[in-house]
Design a protein around this ligand. Sequence first.
Ligand code: SF4
Length: 376
Amino acid sequence: MAGIYFHIPFCKQACHYCDFHFSTSLKYKEELLLALKNEFIQRKNYIESSTIESIYFGGGSPSILKPSDIQTLIDSVHQFFDVASDAEISLEANPDDLYSEKVKGFKNTDINRFSIGIQSFFDEDLKWMNRAHTSQEADACIKRVQDAGFENITCDLIYGFPLLTEDKWAQNIDTLVEFDVPHLSCYGMTVEPKTALAKFIKVGKTAPMSETQAAKQFIQLIKKLEENHYTHYEISNFAKNNHFAQHNTNYWKGVPYLGIGPSAHSFNGSSRSWNISNNALYIKKVGNREKYWEEEQLSLYDRFNENIMTSLRTMWGIDLNTIKTKFGETYKNYLLKEAQPFLAKKHLTSKKNTLKLTSKGKLLADYIASELFLIE
Ligand code: SF4
């Protein structure tokens, strides 16, 4: 089992909160597509040849590309790997890119899942975020994608920013519930350094994010979605009728993946690597077969901590038998000892040899994980 990730580093405009790697110029688009194909050939052996269960186009905005460009990349994967017949093949898309012709075009590709960046159904919020789409486009694109026969859809929403009242947040969630979207990813607004948002807060143009508001809206989200039969299977992810995201779940379960494109990360079980975050340099180095990535061998501490961080955030929790098998009895006992204060405060439960977050614990997931980490 393994996954392939393609990073498409282009966006129409820069969202104020975003610190992903992308360029708003499509100047090197053709060269970049060629470099992606070449990198795939050059680095395919980073992961052991195994069946590919998930192909994911992220970014950036992959929906900016022509469907035929996306299919060419999918074809390259088929050329070198066995792709499972039921593989999840996802594409991140922005509402303004999902016009009729484009959606029809994607129907002729192997894409079988859309991840749509809605973020909010209110124009004032979209403007504040500097998103390229309008609320009307957000609404229309979901319908268009569903009408075209795509059933496997996930939508992103953001909460915890100054303009978002509880009433608006409830309406955003309700809209997706009414559309019967089977998967939602919902993120609290974070302020990353060097973003426009960080600058606006610094100069007083916008209020800072409130942790209290984010916590309230997170609780509101869980309640609403659980009432509507969504399973809260990871801190930021909710699915109906087992529409769990294969790509994300593999990542949380430590399945190897090969990341292609500028800034893409890869993981093969024993090491992690990440590509340079510069389109022009990436294209040049791939073309010259120079090294364009950095790599680190993961220590036992790294692997242990990563395992804790990713599994604690999921509904499956930390399986103590897995910890014992992978790291040994001493580490399992260490973990149980460190978990005691959180078990006492009912932030964690321990059942059937598994540690899981309680509802209270979900609000402190990252803090609890960091307290369970091994420190070198
Ligand atoms: S569309 Fe996505 S990747 Fe592009 S700037 Fe906005 S948040 Fe970042």
